[in-house]
Design a protein around this ligand. Structure first.
Ligand SMILES: Nc1ncnc2c1ncn2[C@@H]1O[C@H](COP(=O)(O)OP(=O)(O)OP(=O)(O)O)[C@@H](O)[C@H]1O
Length: 292
């Protein structure tokens, strides 16, 4: 169990990246959704003990991570957003080197461990290949292999599916599902579908604050009966008590989704809410609250 209490972080330039974040997270994949600049990477780096918090607590199975960063690093694995690799080194050699840094000093034990990890992420056949020749998806899978060295209880994965093609994305999602069975895996992303497809629990972060948290199912059900769709709406004929959530093209037709407690008008049809509605509604209502 990962417990986070009132975690705050302000950078030297005055930007308050995290504001009193409190969460309790159990085994499985926890999705952290948020727009650009919301504070996701700041949160992930702080969890990974790579930067200090100003105040607050992070506890993993009773261990205070911020007060014990050395022990914490033996219990967590981290795949950063900008995971760089040495292009001229083979997957096997780099993983071996990272294993040395992580304290695996016995060569025979290390050889076995490296082979195991490469098999797990389906890169064993390509183990002699230079990392510079890897596709984006292969590189991310390699990133997971290094994060999993030492079998950490907490795995922190920052925006891993951005830029992956659909086949690699599904393959990567399946890998995350497989390795999250008996550990806490925190997945930061701005791809709503990743969270809808993978996560039992989630939170939406905006301007450094958690503005929604819970299971995707629960959060979606809170919008039941309140989402309406129309193709005949513009800003000039917006009914009262109705908030536009998204206006975009769908199957070649303009499609506007709105939030309203009651039927907004004759051209509106009720639709089943989805996680995109949860996400956009939360951000919309938040921006109104800030403007008010
Ligand atoms: N090292 C830093 N020094 C100063 N400000 C920073 C630093 N890192 C991040 N910030 C600022 O903190 C805020 C949160 O940034 P962060 O990178 O955590 O957001 P994010 O949700 O990960 O964004 P993205 O989805 O674009 O990666 C932003 O306003 C950013 O400019």
């Amino acid at each position: 169990m990962l417990v986070i209490k009132q975690l705050s972080k302000t950078y030297a330039n005055g930007i308050q990246a995290l504001r009193e974040i409190s969460l309790e997270i159990g085994c499985g994949i926890f999705g952290l959704l948020g727009p650009n600049g919301a504070g996701k990477s700041s949160f992930m780096r702080t969890l990974a003990t790579l930067q200090d918090a100003d105040s607050g607590l992070i506890e993993l199975d009773g261990l205070n991570l911020l007060k014990n960063p050395q022990i914490a690093r033996q219990r967590l694995g981290y795949l950063p957003q900008d995971f760089g690799v040495y292009p001229n080194v083979s997957a096997e050699d780099l993983l071996d080197q990272i294993a040395v840094f992580k304290g695996f000093t016995r060569p025979s034990q290390r050889r076995e461990l490296v082979a195991q990890q490469l098999q797990l992420v389906n890169l064993y056949e390509q183990r002699k290949q230079k990392l510079g020749t890897f596709s984006g998806g292969m590189r991310q899978r390699f990133g997971i292999a290094q994060a999993l060295l030492g079998s950490p209880q907490l795995l922190i994965v920052d925006e891993p599916t951005a830029g992956l093609d659909p086949v690699e994305r599904i393959r990567f999602q399946n890998l995350l599902a497989e390795i999250s069975q008996d550990r806490v895996l925190i997945l930061s992303t701005h791809i709503v579908e990743d969270v809808a497809e993978l996560c039992k629990q989630m939170a939406i972060l905006n301007r450094g604050e958690i503005i929604r948290s819970g299971s995707p199912l629960f959060l979606t059900e809170t919008l039941q009966g309140k989402i309406w769709i129309t193709s005949e709406l513009d800003a000039s004929n917006l009914p009262e008590n109705c908030t536009i959530i998204t206006a975009r093209m769908s199957r070649g037709k303009r499609c506007v989704r709105v939030l309203s407690e009651t039927q907004p008008g004759q051209h509106f049809h009720p639709v089943e809410p989805d996680l995109n509605d949860v996400y956009f509604t939360a951000l919309r209502l938040e921006s109104f609250a800030i403007a008010a």
